[in-house]
Design a protein around this ligand. Structure first.
Ligand SMILES: Cc1cc2nc3c(=O)[nH]c(=O)nc-3n(C[C@H](O)[C@H](O)[C@H](O)COP(=O)(O)OP(=O)(O)OC[C@H]3O[C@@H](n4cnc5c(N)ncnc54)[C@H](O)[C@@H]3O)c2cc1C
Length: 431
């Protein structure tokens, strides 16, 4: 077993329960670092919705994920936690959390259980691929070692938050061994807006092109907006986006402004569509409804209502409750002159276009798309090109929004890979 995140630990559990002697190797000094980080946000373990909508969260990969989730889905994740002495509850949004919203007690109980089942942990062992004889190579503080496993489960994670251990370095090694992979991309990520006030930037980009450099898109809000509003939330807005292939997203929620763009739960939910649009066309434009509980007619009527000597800002605050970052973004996007036009302003309050031009870097993303393809694996998640080598978790080419779908899929694929490896070993022993 290589990789001691939730996918690898689940595969280790299945193998240990099958009576197999299991050795877990990991590059980091301690196990489950990303799992522990997820605990800082309350550890959303899974989601309580029924199987059909649950599976649909995996988009283009739902056909591959469905059999894994039918075997080990939300009820099994909750049962697993309970078995380790941790009760779970369903939050208002249907998301499932441990009762104490913490990851550490769950991880501690899990490790204790695994150790009692004989699983041995080898930390600070960085997997470096295979040597010419096909043995696994590990870099350790005491030098490089080779290990010949009878079966191997790779659960090396995606490529975000590399300081927690998952750096995606394995991708070319797998590809070199004949396992088809697709490049890692940020998923559930933030985005940058183009630098406001384009004339200067266009000139800069033109000059860069002239001297033969590839222009990097200049990104970010105006200094005024960034200084006042970076880190502040847009609370209950509705975000709508239709990509050039006609795929539509529309949802209410919250997100935050960053110094250079946007991030947070509502943005993460639409992030796969925005990312794909940026990759295809260089930019993506969504619209924000800043007052989703008001009809356009009501907004226009209130905006046009005589305001006497009051400033526009205090008028909008008293008639529509618009202030703070919502007023800020209107000025940012429309400019002072257009904000003064009641028809333009009312339309913008209900559908303010926001263009994004770049994903935030992979390392900042909550999760990763891309990795080892399902086509390269059999239905036990064994690599067709590497008999006896199984893959599980975020290193596989699927993605899902936040909501507990990530951890559930990691554990479900860990279960399947563990079972596959146990069956493979049993088969080898018979032959
Ligand atoms: C801030 C944050 C919050 C999150 N919150 C949630 C949440 O609430 N709910 C949810 O469902 N998901 C959440 N996630 C996502 C979830 O944590 C991951 O999808 C999950 O941890 C992936 O599990 P994994 O076992 O596939 O990989 P990982 O957890 O990344 O584990 C992979 C392991 O492999 C090891 N490794 C990698 N390369 C090597 C190598 N070459 N040699 C040896 N070892 C190696 C790493 O050290 C690591 O221990 C969150 C993620 C982040 C970043």
């Amino acid at each position: 077993m290589i990789g001691a995140g939730p996918a690898g630990l689940m595969a280790a559990q299945i193998l240990a329960q099958a009576g197999v002697s299991v050795h877990v190797f990991d590059a980091m000094p301690s196990v489950g670092r990303k799992f522990l980080l997820a605990g800082k946000g309350g550890l959303n373990l899974t989601h309580s919705e029924s199987m059909e909508p649950f599976v649909s969260r995996y988009g283009a990969r739902q056909a591959q994920m469905a059999p894994l989730l039918e075997q080990f889905g939300a009820p099994q994740v909750r049962g697993w936690a309970q078995d380790l002495g941790v009760e779970t509850f369903v939050g208002t949004s249907g998301r499932v959390f441990p009762a104490d919203l913490k990851a550490a007690p769950l991880l501690r109980a899990w490790l204790q259980r695994l150790r009692s089942q004989g699983v041995q942990f080898h930390m600070r062992h960085r997997f470096g691929g295979w040597d010419s004889a096909g043995a696994l190579q590990f870099h350790t503080s005491g030098g490089d070692i080779s290990v010949q496993g009878r079966a191997v489960v790779l659960a090396l994670g995606g490529g975000s938050w590399a300081r927690l251990g998952s750096d995606g370095a394995w991708l070319p090694w797998l590809a070199a061994r004949g396992v088809a992979t697709v490049p890692l991309q940020p998923s559930n990520c933030g985005f940058d807006v183009p630098r406001q006030g384009g004339a200067v930037e266009t000139r800069r980009e033109f000059l860069q092109e002239l001297i033969g450099q590839t222009p990097t898109p200049a990104v970010g809000w105006t200094a005024h907006f960034a200084e006042r509003f970076a880190g502040q939330p847009f609370k209950t807005v509705a975000l709508a986006f239709t990509d050039s292939a006609g795929r539509h997203f529309s949802r209410r929620g919250e997100f935050v402004a960053t110094a250079t763009g946007v991030e947070g739960s509502l943005v993460y939910a639409v992030s796969a569509l925005l990312r794909d649009e940026i990759v295809a066309h260089g930019h993506a434009t969504f619209t924000l409804d800043l007052l989703p509980d008001h009809t356009p007619e009501r907004v226009l009527a209130e905006v046009r209502h005589p305001r006497g000597t009051r400033s526009l800002s205090s008028h909008l605050k008293s008639r529509l409750g618009l202030d703070g970052i919502k007023m800020g973004i209107l000025y940012e996007q429309l400019g002072k002159e257009r904000v003064a036009d009641p028809y333009l302003l009312a339309a913008a309050i209900k559908a303010l276009p926001i263009t994004v031009v770049a994903m935030r870097p992979l390392d900042e993303a909550i999760s990763t798309a891309g990795g080892g393809t399902f086509e390269a694996l059999d239905d036990q998640l064994m690599a067709q090109a590497l008999p006896g080598v199984f893959c599980a978790g975020e290193m596989l080419d699927w993605e899902a929004p936040t909501g507990g779908y990530l951890l559930t899929a990691c554990m479900a694929s860990g279960v399947r890979a563990g079972q596959g490896a146990a069956q493979w070993l049993a088969q080898q022993a018979r032959d």
